[in-house]
Write a protein that binds this ligand. Structure first.
Ligand SMILES: Nc1ncnc2c1ncn2[C@@H]1O[C@H](COP(=O)(O)OP(=O)(O)O)[C@@H](O)[C@H]1O
Ligand SMILES: [Mg+2]
Length: 247
């Protein structure tokens, strides 16, 4: 899958939040967007995923050359887009495993071989060091911050999207969990040749990942594109140097 974001503008409650973003993610590429709080990173990911409350006022989003701007989030998921939420919601009464299974069946249009499915779930709970308890629980209900993040990585592993977008997969995680999540996300993406877009505020998680492309977002715009050297520059100089140099 090739994703192209072209001169994208998004307005929320009369205020422009995304102010002309251009970004292309080719099949299997690994991109990172970094930026200060409030720069529009989450809004950008949500609008790509098709959040109904968000309005594109200008520009376009293309998948393999075709505009998806008018497409529902459900259809976008079927195309192979996936978004891990910054703050996953708790859903009482919907079993975690049943939820993933239903999502998979809906995406693929096939029924699951339960034994194989459970085997896959177990192999990932082990890799991600998720305690077995959450398998039997309702979706995200009473999950710790770290368990919620890991549960979403598990969904990504099982659903096998073509482009996985992860919004601050490191937030709320302790240092050990950051390493587990980072290395597994990268390994899962590589194994199934998924493209990956990781959104992060802190560079910490990037010490365990090797993105090919790094973009810095500030005030609704991408203000710098490059490779890992941008992370170093950011560590040394902070976001201010990027914001001011562009104005
Ligand atoms: N539903 C909303 N209603 C009003 N303002 C919003 C809403 N969602 C986001 N914003 C505003 O948009 C800006 C960008 O937010 P966000 O995309 O979450 O940034 P980031 O993820 O980079 O921290 C912020 O100023 C935020 O307050
Ligand atoms: Mg955010």
């Amino acid at each position: 899958m090739k994703l192209e974001i072209k001169d994208l503008h998004v307005v929320i409650e009369g205020k422009e939040i995304v102010k002309g973003v251009n970004l292309t993610i080719n099949e299997g590429e690994f991109h990172v967007i970094m930026g200060p709080n409030g720069s529009g990173k989450t809004t950008l990911a949500k609008v790509v995923m098709g959040y109904p409350s968000l309005k594109v006022t200008k520009g376009d989003i293309l998948v393999d050359g075709t505009s998806i701007k008018a497409m529902s989030a459900d259809k976008r998921a079927k195309l192979g887009l996936f978004l891990q939420f910054q703050n996953p919601v708790e859903v009482e009464g919907v079993g975690f495993v049943n939820f993933i299974r239903a999502a998979k069946e809906s995406l693929t249009g096939t029924t699951t071989d339960i034994k194989q499915f459970m085997g896959e779930i177990r192999s990932y709970t082990e890799k991600l060091a998720i305690t077995n308890g959450i398998i039997g629980r309702s979706l995200n209900l009473g999950f710790s911050g770290g368990e919620k993040k890991k549960a979403e990585v598990l969904q990504m592993a099982v659903l096998k999207p073509r482009l996985a977008m992860l919004d601050e997969p490191d937030s709320g995680l302790d240092i050990d969990a950051v390493k587990v999540v980072a290395t597994n996300v990268q390994e899962i993406a590589r194994k199934d040749k998924m493209a990956l877009l990781v959104i992060t505020h802190y560079s910490r998680i990037l010490s365990y990942m090797n993105p090919q492309f790094v973009h810095i977002m500030a005030d609704g715009r991408i203000v710098a594109d490059g490779g890992h050297e941008l992370v170093m520059k950011l560590e040394k100089e902070g976001y201010d140097s990027f914001v001011n140099s562009k104005k």
